[in-house]
Design a protein around this ligand. Sequence first.
Ligand SMILES: NC(=O)c1ccc[n+]([C@@H]2O[C@H](COP(=O)([O-])OP(=O)(O)OC[C@H]3O[C@@H](n4cnc5c(N)ncnc54)[C@H](O)[C@@H]3O)[C@@H](O)[C@H]2O)c1
Length: 351
Amino acid sequence: MRRALITGSSGLIGSEAVTTFDSLGWEVHGVDNNMRREFFGADGDTLWNLARLRRVTARFTHHDFDIRDQSRMDDLVKALRPQLIFHCAAQPSHDLAKARPLEDFDINARATLGLLEAARRHCPEAPFVFMSSHNVYGDAPNELPLQERATRWDYARKEDYEGVDESCRIDASTHSLFGASKLAADLLVQEYGRYFGMPTVCFRGGCLTGSSHAGAELHGFLAYLARCIREGRTYRLYGYKGKQVRDNIHAADVCAAALAFFEQPRAGAVYNLGGGRANSLSMLEAIDAFESRMGKKLSWRYEEQPRVGDHICYISNLTRFRRDYPAWSLTRSLSSILDELARDVHATPSS
Ligand SMILES: NC(=O)c1ccc[n+]([C@@H]2O[C@H](COP(=O)([O-])OP(=O)(O)OC[C@H]3O[C@@H](n4cnc5c(N)ncnc54)[C@H](O)[C@@H]3O)[C@@H](O)[C@H]2O)c1
């Protein structure tokens, strides 16, 4: 029987990976210590998602420890010798990173190195999938010429229409400390592929979403927006007139990409992975879409100052991944993602 080790297994991508691989008959081991609650308070609590995983899976084992605990991580990798490592645990927020720079780096970069090292020692042949981020490009994508439309910013030039590809530079730009720690990890994951020949991949995610996201103000904007409307909470919009654009990919399509990589791994691969132009929308468009689906108005406040390093218009160019994995495609449209979140987003657990 195949075995997968998934870090961040109670979070959005990790939990989707647990159910995906469990349903394929794999033995699945997840590591998560509900750190998201520590980061974001009650909004970030993931225990409800862990309880759901325990209910719906057949061969899932949860390991409640911190990925920074190198000796436990090494012991686990040694004991399991998994056929796949899917590394999804992270401190995921720009804004939190500036308040906790050492912790952010320790989790995002140093613990990733620890996991790579454990993999190199005990299962170097196992595909290693790392959830990287579009924030590795810092604010370089903001240099693309833009045009302002009624409800969104968009690229002004025809050649940028499909979005940002992997040739975008990764340095000489402002990343936020979060972007810098993810970039450090991204480079290490590439290096273990190139230097040691291990089958590693960095998926530089656009906005990843789904109803199992514990949406919080500082991370998981679509799930948080849906929660705010449902619960009558005030949402804060930061800068760019609310016309900033993100591309949104459902967690299921991310896990399908991980499976495609498992089946046909490469060493040191890097791909942008998001919803692409078809699944892009601006904040104003997202508010409008949820208000009409949920039949309720959002109370929102506009803050003039954008978040540091925030993208004005970010769309993932998927050409490289589609070229290398032609059987993969996006299966969740933007409209189906919005329907799911409007219907199923989890209520905020009481604090
Ligand atoms: N969600 C997005 O929009 C997005 C975009 C680009 C990249 N990413 C990346 O994708 C990955 C998954 O994102 P997500 O949205 O599923 O995040 P998430 O916060 O929903 O899931 C991450 C999980 O990791 C756990 N975790 C964090 N630190 C831990 C630690 N030290 N030890 C053990 N567990 C720990 C958390 O409790 C959480 O359950 C992350 O690496 C993130 O940076 C996410």
